[in-house]
Design a protein around this ligand. Structure first.
Ligand code: GTP
Ligand code: ZN
Length: 205
């Protein structure tokens, strides 16, 4: 896991970014390359819209998971059992084809005196989802971010997703789901904890 995450630091370098105009020009080139005319009326505003959409879809490059996870709570009445947030929907884009990955993340941790605001877990999914990704990297990054900042007794992350690059093009297999998991701490070393995560995930639909 460390090797994967090392190549994809929490906050990639953003220096030397092209300007908005350069981004819009690039869209015009792609439109011409695809066979259309960027000067026709319907496409005049498209480069600006695409740049705006990319800003939103890739907004994760401007955010650090550590900032979101910094706020923790300690008054939880001694609660120290699994906290599982499941079925967190997300959109990402695969780094190979830049087309959507659509899926759900399931994230659990075993608190060690501190708990996270539940929404922060979903925010971390968005931060990593709104970048170019592989599913494996995203799974490892989410686990590492929670592990590093909260230092819980263990983290379990499962992602299930459909890759549009497999559905809309190439091999064209619609409806297949890819599952990836990362376990740390007790979820990694104790099969019973891992089994409990799986049971909670699958058992109470
Ligand atoms: N491991 C992994 N592979 C992915 C992910 N998203 C897309 N891919 C795969 O990345 C691979 C890229 O393969 P290449 O042979 O370089 O590209 P390609 O010619 O477009 O491949 P095809 O999709 O088979 O047409 C494909 O097999 C994709 O299915 C991901 O999140 N994880
Ligand atoms: Zn792809």
């Amino acid at each position: 896991m460390d090797a994967i995450v090392k190549n994809f630091p929490a906050l990639p370098a953003t220096d030397g970014r092209p300007s908005q105009k350069e981004a819009e020009d690039a869209v015009r080139v792609l439109l011409r390359w695809a066979g259309d005319d960027p000067q026709r009326e319907g496409l005049l505003d498209t480069p600006a819209r695409v740049a705006k959409a990319y800003k939103e879809l890739f907004s994760g490059y401007d955010l650090a998971a550590e900032d979101v996870l910094g706020r923790t709570f300690e008054e939880v009445g001694g609660y120290d059992d699994i906290v599982l947030v499941k079925d967190i929907p997300f959109f990402s884009h695969c780094e190979h084809h830049m087309v959507p990955i659509i899926g759900k993340a399931h994230i659990a941790y075993l608190p060690n005196g501190k708990v996270l605001g539940l929404s922060k877990i979903a925010r971390v999914v968005d931060i990593y989802g709104r970048r170019l990704q592989t599913q494996e990297t995203m799974t490892a990054q989410i686990a590492k971010a929670i592990d590093d900042t909260l230092q819980p007794r263990g983290v379990a992350v499962m992602i299930e997703a459909e890759h549009m690059c497999m559905a809309m093009r190439g091999v064209q297999k619609q409806g297949s789901t890819t599952l990836t998991t990362t376990f740390t701490g007790a979820f990694k070393t104790e099969p019973a904890e891992q089994a409990r995560f799986m049971t909670m995930l699958r058992g109470f639909k």
